[in-house]
Design a protein around this ligand. Structure first.
Ligand SMILES: Nc1ncnc2c1ncn2[C@@H]1O[C@H](COP(=O)(O)OP(=O)(O)OP(=O)(O)O)[C@@H](O)[C@H]1O
Length: 576
């Protein structure tokens, strides 16, 4: 029952946000709801009084009552309307906060799914633009339902068939609204993905890094043309719904008018063409207003149940999360038979990877582009669900732990590390749930990542805003961003480090320092590094040469070079 769920949700959200305001608006709305039936009664009295009246005094009372009612309704509706806008804002605020909280729980495996992306976009749009606006319609719906009931009871006393016809006249609107909601829902199934694409493309025009690249390539226009094309497709798809929606609205409107016309006729006949018919006719007119308003608001709410459903689907993606934790220790990491084929690919990206690493060891994955190194890393960390094989930390597999506990064992620096434009301090603290981190610890992490000198040079040191698009912010080079990311991993101090080309953007001198530091501090943890540079591999306890998803060779640097196999092929030139 879509509209019931939307109604309960809206009223609960409004009540939770501002109960006094809700109480005032409901009381005022109930008063307004009584107006049409009071009008019918007063009109009947007025016409009755007119029949035998000689002076204004004979009709003054019902006349004054009618004027007072008219004078009352307008201002009260204005007050209700104004009070409701604040409630709409508060409901919207809550809906958007819920969306953000849900998104924060989603693992990358969900975010990588196109269906889920479309659902997220559609639900987000509903939270931003649609569902909060339903509350005033729901209140009006309640108010007009009561009005219609009031008019029904008043009219029934004059003519039961007329009163019943007024009630039946609601049916076409209800039916049409359901049809319209279905049309809207189907349209959203199609445009959800398009919205997501247009937002993705739009981001490239407004986010510093891609926009600089695109401008220098003279390609911003190409992206903006794609944005325009995507929006055009969304608009075209929406346009396909206008005609059927109009047809349903017209059909409902005409049917309602015919039924109300029949109600009028039934009433006039029912009261034998006497003066009381005037009150009744006024009643049907009042009912027309109430039925029309009710139909329109019912339409909004029924149609609103579709975005509400999209919002609920998004919230339904929410994962159970516990407070983030970072594990203290890990003695062994054992990978057995890890195998994965990406959807749409024929060849596996990873074939039967076996690996054991104990605390204190540092292991490297090497191989040409596309060999499967990143896939292996993602499958180990759990950001990719490998189809076969197991990964165990100290004998416990992923199934034995929550996702949060599992990832709490890892400090992962990915190839596409994030450039979080926060202060240095905030950016480093992203890696740890601790709230008692000292400045000394922050500096030690920066020191280990060869970034302390840079931060010392900032005017505000640890509190320096990063990113030149912000007031007082500083722009960083690619290598400087990478050092900040590496410092985050040092601060996180998880027991298993996975570093996917951690120095790819860093100059040779700083790279040497960083790798020396990694070797020096390796004793307390398990470390896996992906590297393309020969010299960094010399000190590794084991090197795995990955090729087409399988481990072709494994051993220490000198052994592999001496063997003259794939490793030697890849690194002979660098090693020379
Ligand atoms: N999300 C994905 N969907 C489909 N195929 C993918 C995906 N990610 C990677 N692949 C494919 O899987 C194979 C292994 O890719 P992977 O990223 O693991 O290689 P890599 O060894 O890390 O390469 P590089 O040195 O370039 O980082 C490649 O053939 C790649 O095209």
């Amino acid at each position: 029952m879509g509209i019931f769920a939307v109604g309960v949700w809206s009223i609960r959200q409004a009540w939770a946000a501002a109960p006094r305001r809700v109480a005032i608006t409901v009381v005022l709305a109930l008063l307004v709801a009584a107006v049409p039936s009071l009008q019918v009664v007063l009109m009947a009295q007025f016409v009755g009084a007119l029949t035998g009246a000689d002076s204004f005094g004979d009709v003054a009372a019902p006349f004054a009552g009618m004027v007072a009612l008219i004078a009352f309704t307008g201002p009260v509706e204005a007050i209700v309307g104004t009070l409701q806008w604040r409630l709409v804002d508060l409901i919207g605020l809550h809906a958007k906060q819920e969306v953000a909280a849900t998104l924060a729980t989603l693992p990358p495996t969900v975010l990588a799914d196109p269906e889920a992306s479309a659902q997220i976009e559609a639900g987000n749009k509903a939270a931003e633009d649609e569902i909060s606006f339903l509350y005033p319609h729901i209140l009006s719906l309640l108010q007009q339902t009561l009005s219609v009931i009031g008019v029904f009871v008043t009219l029934a006393a004059m003519s039961l068939p007329a009163a019943l016809l007024v009630l039946v006249s609601l049916a076409p609107m209800v039916l049409a609204s359901q049809r319209i909601a279905r049309i809207d829902s189907k349209m959203w199934d199609d445009v959800g993905k398009l919205y997501w694409r247009s937002r993705y493309l739009h981001q490239h025009l407004v986010t510093t890094t891609p926009s600089i690249e695109l401008t220098s390539l003279g390609a911003s226009g190409q992206i903006s043309a794609k944005v325009a094309d995507t929006i055009q497709r969304i608009t075209d798809r929406k346009a396909q719904t206008y005609l059927p929606i109009l047809a349903w609205r017209l059909l409902a409107g005409v049917s309602t008018s015919l039924l109300l016309g029949a109600a009028l006729a039934a009433l006039i006949v029912g009261v034998h063409y006497g003066p009381a018919a005037a009150g009744g006719v006024y009643g049907v007119m009042a009912a027309m207003g109430a039925v029309g308003g009710l139909g329109a608001n019912l339409g909004y709410v029924v149609e609103g149940s579709a975005p509400f459903e999209r919002y609920q689907i998004l919230l339904g993606l929410r994962r159970e999360t516990r407070e983030p934790v970072v594990a203290d220790t890990a003695d062994s990491l054992v990978v057995t038979g890890l195998t994965h084929t990406y959807e749409g690919k024929e060849e596996p990206a990873l074939r039967g990877l076996d690996l054991r690493i104990d605390r204190g060891s540092i292991v490297a994955f090497v191989g040409v582009n596309g060999a499967g190194k990143t896939t292996a890393i993602n499958a180990i960390v759990g950001t990719l669900d490998a189809q076969e094989g197991t990964v165990a930390i100290d004998g416990r597999s992923r199934a034995d732990m929550s996702f949060q506990e599992w990832v709490g064992h890892f400090g992962t620096l990915t190839q596409e590390f994030g450039r979080y434009e926060l202060t240095v301090r905030e950016s480093l603290l992203l890696g740890t749930p601790r709230t008692d981190v000292t400045d000394a610890e922050l500096w030690a992490a920066l020191e280990a990542a060869n970034a302390a000198g840079m931060v010392r040079g900032f005017e505000k040191g640890l509190d320096q805003q990063l990113g030149s698009q912000w007031d007082g912010g500083v722009g960083l080079s690619g290598g400087q961003w990478q050092r900040i990311s590496l410092a985050r991993i040092h601060l996180r101090s998880a027991p298993i480090w996975i570093l996917d080309e951690p120095t790819s953007a860093i100059d040779a001198e700083a790279e040497q320092e960083i790798f020396r530091e990694l070797q020096r501090s390796k004793a307390g943890r398990i470390t896996i590094v992906v590297s393309h540079r020969a010299w960094t591999l010399r000190g590794m306890d084991e090197i795995l040469v990955v090729d087409a998803g399988r481990v072709l060779e494994r051993g220490r640097y000198d052994e592999l070079l001496a063997r003259g196999g794939r490793f030697a092929e890849i690194f002979a030139e660098q090693a020379a």
